[in-house]
Design a protein around this ligand. Structure first.
Ligand code: NAD
Length: 486
C-alpha cells in the first residue's frame, strides 16, 4: 500500500523534511506501508486551505452539497471490496465485517446528503408589524476532526458527511495506525466533486497536530472519537478558545439479562455482538449481569459460543474474529484477565494470547467476576467478557449506572414492564432491548456522563455543525428604531 501522504487544498502535501512512520498488518506484524508525519508548515497550509474552502462551500447551495455527498456515497459503496481489503490489512477485522463497515459508511453519507437540505430555521411571530424576525441555521466554520483506529472508514465518513452537509470545511486527522482506509474514504468525496480546500487530510503525531489545530482561530469546532482520557485533554484545549466540541468517548456497556429469557439464545445473540471487531467497539456489550435463575446456563452457553469462534487472519474467509488492532490491546487483555482471576473470577475459556506473529487474543469468558476487579470498571476494548449475577431489578439498575460512563446499554427480557423500567432508569446515550444494534444513520449516536457529549448521526448529527443566528429586520416605516430598545 506504499505511502500515505497528507492531502491539502486538492493535492498531496510532502513535508519539508520527510519523516514517516510504519504501518503494520496486525495479523502478522509485517510492515505494509508508511505514513507521512506532517510538519508545522503543513498544518498551516491545511488551516489556510480550510479557511478558504469554508468560504466556497458555505456559499454552495445545500442541494449541490447534497448531490455531491450522494455521489460520494455511491462511490464508497461501489468501492466496498477494495476499501474493505485495505481495512482488513491495516486494522485486522474480518473482510466481511470490513466490507459491512464500508457499506455503513456509504449509508451514513447518504443520510447526511439528504439532511443537507433540511437545516431549517424559523420565522418568529414579531411583537411589531414593522419588524420581521428570523432564526437562521448557519455552518459553524472550519472543523478539526480526530479519528481512532477501530472504525477506520465509518468514523471518518460520519465526521466528513456531517460537516460537509452543514456547509463546513474540514481537516481530518485519522489514526496514524490505520491511515490507508481513511485515505480511500477521503478520495471518494474528492472524486465526487468536493472542491479543493473543503476537505483536507493530515497525518501526523497527535501530540503535535491536535494542540496546533485546536489553538488556531481558524478552527471553530472539534470532533473527536477515542478514549475518555484523550477527550478530556482535547476539551481543555478547546475550552481555551471556547470551541464547540463533539466527543464520542469510551463506554463500558452493561448488559442486563433477566431470568425470563431463554439463556442459551440470549447468550448466543450477545456473543455474536460482543466479538464483532474483536470487542474493539465503544458500544460493545462489556459488563454482563445475569439474573441468578439463568446465570449458570447463560455462562455455559456464552463460553460455548466463544470457544466455537474461528479466530484468524481477517483475509481468510473462514475467520470470524481477527487479531486485535495493536499489541497494546493484547497487553491490556492479559493484565485485565490476570487481575480478574486474582480477584477470584473463574476462567471459563480463552485467557492466553496466541503464539506466533500477530496480535491474537482468544475470545475469553470470565464468570463470578467481583465488582472490585478492574475489568468491571475499565473498558476492556477487546474480546474478554466478564459475567456476574444479580437478584433484583434495583440491583441491576445500580450496577448499570455505577460507572462514570454512559454510552450504550443492553437489556434482555420478555417483560414489557421491565423493559420500560430499565430503559427509563439507565443513564446512557443509547439503550437497546433484546437487540444489539444501537446505531443506524437516522439515530443519534453519542453518550452521556464521561462517555462524551453531542451526537453523530440523526438530525442531531447535522445540528452539531450549525450555529443559530437571530435576525431582526425592520420591514416597514421610515424611522430608525429608537435607541435603547433591546
Ligand atoms: P489512546 O487513548 O492513546 O488513543 C485513543 C485514540 O485517540 C487513538 O485513535 C489515538 O490515535 C487518538 N489520540 C490519542 N491522542 C490524541 C490526541 N492528542 N489528539 C487526537 N487524537 C489522539 O489509546 P489507544 O491505545 O489508541 O486506545 C485505547 C483506548 O482508547 C481503548 O481502551 C478505548 O477505551 C479507547 N478508544 C475508544 C474508541 C471509541 O470509539 N470511543 C476508539 C479507539 C479507542
Amino acid at each position: 500500500m506504499e505511502h500515505a501522504h497528507s492531502f491539502i487544498a486538492g493535492r498531496h502535501y510532502l513535508p519539508g523534511e520527510l519523516t514517516a512512520s510504519p504501518v503494520y498488518n496486525p495479523a502478522n506484524g509485517q510492515v505494509i506501508g508508511q505514513v507521512d508525519i506532517i510538519d508545522t508548515a503543513g498544518l498551516d497550509a491545511a488551516l489556510q486551505a480550510a479557511a478558504e474552502g469554508f468560504q466556497k462551500w458555505k456559499n454552495t447551495s445545500a442541494y449541490e452539497r447534497g448531490r455531491i455527498l450522494q455521489d460520494a456515497a455511491r462511490l464508497i459503496r461501489a468501492r466496498k471490496e477494495s476499501i474493505g481489503r485495505i481495512m482488513t490489512l491495516e486494522q485486522g477485522k474480518p473482510l466481511a465485517e470490513a466490507m459491512g463497515e464500508v457499506a455503513t459508511s456509504a449509508d451514513n453519507t447518504e443520510w447526511m446528503a439528504q439532511e443537507a437540505t433540511r437545516a431549517y430555521g424559523r420565522l418568529l411571530v414579531p411583537r411589531s408589524a414593522d419588524v420581521e424576525q428570523t432564526v437562521r441555521r448557519e455552518p459553524i466554520g472550519p472543523v478539526a476532526s480526530f479519528c481512532p483506529w477501530n472504525f477506520p472508514a465509518l468514523t471518518p465518513a460520519r465526521k466528513i458527511a456531517g460537516a460537509l452537509a452543514a456547509g463546513c470545511s474540514l481537516i481530518l486527522k485519522p489514526s496514524e495506525e490505520t491511515p490507508f482506509t481513511a485515505r480511500e474514504i477521503v478520495q471518494a468525496f474528492i472524486d465526487a466533486g468536493v472542491p479543493d480546500g473543503v476537505l483536507n487530510l493530515v497525518y501526523g503525531k497527535s501530540r503535535h497536530v491536535s494542540p496546533y489545530l485546536i489553538a488556531s482561530p481558524v478552527i471553530r469546532k472539534i470532533s473527536f472519537t477515542g478514549s475518555t482520557a484523550v477527550g478530556k485533554e482535547l476539551l481543555e484545549l478547546a475550552a481555551k478558545g471556547v470551541k464547540r466540541s463533539t466527543m464520542e468517548l469510551g463506554g463500558h456497556a452493561p448488559v442486563i439479562v433477566f431470568d425470563d429469557v431463554d439463556p442459551v439464545k440470549a447468550a448466543q445473540q450477545a456473543a455474536a455482538s460482543k466479538f464483532r471487531n474483536a470487542g474493539q467497539v465503544c458500544t460493545s456489550p462489556t459488563r454482563f449481569y445475569v439474573q441468578a435463575g439463568v446465570y449458570k446456563e447463560f455462562v455455559a452457553a456464552f463460553a460455548e459460543a466463544a470457544r466455537s469462534l474461528r479466530v484468524g487472519d481477517g483475509m481468510d474467509a473462514s475467520s470470524q474474529m481477527g487479531p486485535l488492532a495493536n499489541s497494546r490491546r493484547v497487553q491490556a487483555m492479559e493484565e485485565l484477565v490476570d487481575d480478574a482471576i486474582g480477584h477470584g473470577a473463574r476462567l471459563e475459556c480463552g485467557g492466553a494470547p496466541g503464539e506466533g506473529p500477530g496480535n491474537f487474543y482468544p475470545p475469553t469468558v470470565l464468570s463470578n467476576v467481583p465488582e472490585t476487579a478492574r475489568i468491571m470498571s475499565e473498558e476492556p476494548f477487546g474480546p474478554v467478557v466478564p459475567i456476574a449475577s444479580f437478584d433484583t431489578i434495583e440491583e441491576a439498575i445500580q450496577h448499570a449506572n455505577a460507572l462514570p460512563f454512559g454510552l450504550a446499554a443492553y437489556v434482555m427480557t420478555r417483560s414489557l414492564a421491565r423493559a420500560s423500567a430499565m430503559s427509563n432508569a439507565i443513564e446512557a446515550g443509547m439503550v437497546a432491548v433484546n437487540y444489539f444494534t444501537v446505531s443506524t444513520p437516522a439515530s443519534p449516536f453519542g453518550g452521556v456522563k464521561e462517555s462524551g457529549y453531542g451526537s453523530e448521526g440523526g438530525v442531531e448529527g447535522l445540528d452539531a455543525y450549525l450555529v443559530t443566528k437571530s435576525v431582526t429586520q425592520r420591514i416597514a416605516g421610515d424611522d430608525l428604531q429608537p435607541s435603547g430598545a433591546a
